[in-house]
Design a binder for this molecule. Structure first.
Ligand SMILES: O=C(O)c1cc(=O)[nH]c(=O)n1[C@@H]1O[C@H](COP(=O)(O)O)[C@@H](O)[C@H]1O
Length: 231
């Protein structure tokens, strides 16, 4: 099973089909808001029919009843992973899980993971804009413990918090880490970044990689390079 989840941050079905045509075998991809808002949820079926595994990243964050209803319908799409914002709280995360179980197709309940602090958030922004004092890692571990208590399968965090989360929540609790950059890449809007090699060292289960692959000269070659670094 691949360790690299490619973020399909495109705005049309044509770009997705063209990008995925480079891959002869199923890979793990992430469908997020850019693609969903451009193509609707039909794009999930298109990508699923091509045989790829799907992390549907819509980051639900609302009152528990609304999230439960939303997740029930997302589960019907047969995706592999979905997510919520941990900031929505334990009751909301429990409701997400209940909704997924109710909507599960063919006995397969999609995994649900919680976004802790976005990898584009710095300590300064967390302290001064979001009003959360202390170190990012402490907030992230607290959110991970909340997600575990709610029965979720893991979290989205930066590579820098993955080991502490495994220690607090156990080895089976998934850590899915975006903010991945090769040493030569520009950081762009990300703040808490790391290389694939460091992600492997820190025991991350999956890395989420967008622009380093999709904007590279040879995306397939870059994907293979990154995937090999995670082995
Ligand atoms: O939930 C996510 O996937 C996510 C959480 C987070 O904290 N940071 C983050 O970058 N992401 C997503 O991961 C991808 C990272 O893209 P690149 O920065 O281009 O590699 C984007 O699709 C983001 O939406």
């Amino acid at each position: 099973m691949s360790k690299t989840i490619v973020a399909l941050d495109f705005s049309s079905k044509e770009e997705v089909v063209q990008f995925l045509s480079q891959f002869n075998e199923p890979i793990y991809v992430k469908i997020g808001m850019e693609l969903t808002y451009a193509c609707g949820l039909d794009i999930v079926k298109t990508v699923k029919d091509m045989g790829h595994n799907i992390f549907l990243d819509l980051k639900l964050h609302d009152i528990p009843n609304t999230v439960k209803g939303g997740m029930k319908n997302l589960a019907k799409l047969g995706v592999d992973i979905t997510n919520v914002h941990a900031a929505g709280g334990i009751a909301m995360m429990k409701a997400a899980k209940e909704g997924l179980k109710e909507g599960a197709q063919g006995g397969k309940t999609p995994l649900c993971i919680a976004v802790t602090q976005l990898t584009s958030t710095s300590k300064e922004a967390m302290n001064n804009e979001l009003g959360i004092d202390g170190e990012v890692i402490d907030c992230v571990v607290k959110y991970a413990l909340n997600a575990k208590e709610a029965g979720l399968d893991g979290v989205v965090c930066s590579v820098h918090e993955a080991a502490a989360i495994k220690k607090a929540c156990g080895p089976d609790f998934l850590t899915v880490t975006p903010g991945i950059r090769l040493a030569s890449d520009s950081v762009d809007d990300q703040k808490r970044v790391a290389t694939p090699a460091y992600a492997k060292e820190q025991g991350c289960d999956y890395i989420v990689v967008g622009r380093s692959i999709t904007k590279s000269k040879n995306p397939k070659e870059t994907y293979d390079l990154i995937e090999n670094m995670m082995k």
